[in-house]
Design a binder for this molecule. Structure first.
Ligand code: SAH
Ligand code: SF4
Ligand code: F3S
Length: 436
């Protein structure tokens, strides 16, 4: 064979998909593929998809539509659909887009190389939930140098069944990976130049394996030489154990940032969503977390216009936000998802959803801006990651997950430097590098 085959991967959705795409890229790399930045001229295209809202799912079909010409130019081109749309729709994808060669669900990625071998004889679909750990069976690529910050999936799946959400159906039941394997993978990342690891899971704080909690896993990882920062996401309020809260106060490498979605500030809606906690319970929890780590930056997710949400319910959400003052937040209009309980209920008018979303985002935006502004004049430790937009600049991250740009040499990538914050912009901070 002359030359390596070209692989183009496009990733949608959450960080878990980013991690999965890296691992699939590795696995196919071991099969002679090199990754390229555009679909033109590729021998294989893999879409790693998201099913969380209708818009996310529809993107897949419009993207596939754009590949028609490519397949005409190169009949050898293989097109694969992975991720949560693959899991949710399975063979339906091939019915809608017959040019798709393979459909692979999130728990079957380790079978990808063999599926590819079979795909020469017509389309293949694998949406099983096999018992084995897909990551253990995925081949590893060569020890390539990595960016300073990396994701590491420690837990997958969800048993919570919020009434609006597809994740328990697309990712399956909660499964935690064994700690020994995770420590080994962390060491491997450190050997490749990684200094910050974000532990990922759909319900990462439900992590439980070999008697280890997430707090224990964090404490053990913190002992690894060369690891400078640890983060984790996404957490559920009901799995926020005392040991994890304590770790925020005690473990220096654990960064003071917590994404803790609440979805709504109305108890009636929380109940209808099957969230199994109240607004008050959530606020009390935040109080305990802030007691352990007073400077913690909080972020959340919100859904507006959930079935049954009236103006008073929505205002309760605004009140909760006033109380918490999130450093960052993500908010969405409720999107009915096939197969979920809430999809069967009577829906809030689209125009009302849009109006509420706008009001909520205005408030969240004010708080986010105030948080950014409060950094001006402070000196923050910044992990430098990559070149900035302008020549001579580098961009890094504050402990609070803010992008900070400053004049700095590219050789400083992977180092934590002190920076004086000069200005706050909407989505980033401008700083000046302080000499050590
Ligand atoms: N496991 C995480 C996040 C899952 S999805 C958690 O429990 O919080 C990320 C976010 O998408 C959710 O927090 C929710 O705000 C939003 N989301 C999920 N399903 C949705 C739907 N049907 N319509 C609108 N937003 C949704
Ligand atoms: Fe979805 Fe709820 Fe599970 Fe989060 S906790 S993934 S929102 S079902
Ligand atoms: Fe989307 Fe699946 Fe993640 S639905 S948000 S890619 S778990």
């Amino acid at each position: 064979m002359t030359g390596r085959k070209k692989l183009f991967i496009k990733t949608y959705g959450c960080q878990m998909n980013v991690y999965d795409s890296e691992r699939m890229g590795d696995a196919l790399g071991a099969r002679g593929f090199e990754q390229v930045d555009s679909p033109e001229g590729a021998d294989m295209i893999l879409l790693n998809t998201c099913h969380i809202r209708e818009k996310a799912a529809e993107k897949v079909y419009s993207e596939l539509g754009r590949y028609k010409g490519l397949k005409a130019d190169n009949p050898g081109l293989k097109i694969g659909v992975a991720g949560c749309v693959a899991q949710a729709e399975g063979e339906e994808i091939i019915r809608r887009q017959p040019m798709v060669d393979l459909v692979v669900g999130p728990q079957a990625y380790h079978r990808l190389p063999e599926m590819l071998d079979k795909a020469g004889n017509g389309p293949v679909v694998d949406t099983d939930f096999p018992a084995e750990d897909k990551f253990t069976h995925l081949p590893r690529g060569p020890k390539a140098k990595r960016a300073p910050s990396a994701f590491l999936t420690v837990q997958e799946g969800c048993d919570k069944f919020c009434a609006f959400c597809v994740v328990p159906y697309t990712r399956g039941a909660e499964v935690s990976r064994p700690p020994a394997r995770l420590l080994e993978e962390a060491r491997d990342l450190l050997a490749r130049g990684v200094v910050e690891i974000t532990l990922l899971g759909q319900n990462v704080n439900a992590y439980q394996a070999d008697g280890w909690s997430l707090a224990r896993l964090i404490r053990e990882m913190a002992k690894l030489d060369g690891l400078k920062r640890i983060r984790f996401t996404t957490s559920h309020p009901n799995d926020m154990g005392d040991d994890l809260i304590a770790a925020f106060g005690e473990e220096e490498k654990l960064m003071p940032y917590l994404h803790l979605p609440v979805q709504s500030g109305s108890d009636k809606i929380l109940k209808a969503m099957n969230r199994k906690h109240t607004a008050e319970g959530y606020l009390e929890l935040l109080e305990r977390i802030r007691a352990a780590r007073p400077d913690i930056a909080l972020s959340g997710d919100f859904i507006v216009g959930f079935p049954g949400e009236d103006e008073a319910d929505f205002e309760a959400t605004l009140e909760l936000c006033q109380e918490v003052r999130y450093a960052a937040a993500y908010s969405f209009k409720y999107s009915p998802r096939p197969g979920t309980p809430a999809a069967e209920r009577s829906h809030v008018d689209e125009a009302v959803k849009a109006e509420r979303l706008q009001r909520l985002q205005t408030l969240l935006g004010e708080h986010q801006f105030a948080f950014q502004q409060s950094m001006v004049g402070q000196t923050l430790p910044v992990l430098l990651e990559r070149p900035g937009r302008e020549a001579g600049q580098m961009v890094g991250k504050s402990p609070y997950l803010q992008a900070v740009h400053m004049d700095a040499e590219p050789e400083l990538a992977g180092r934590i430097v002190n920076a004086k914050i000069l200005r706050s912009e909407r989505n980033s901070l401008a700083g000046a590098l302080l000499k050590p």
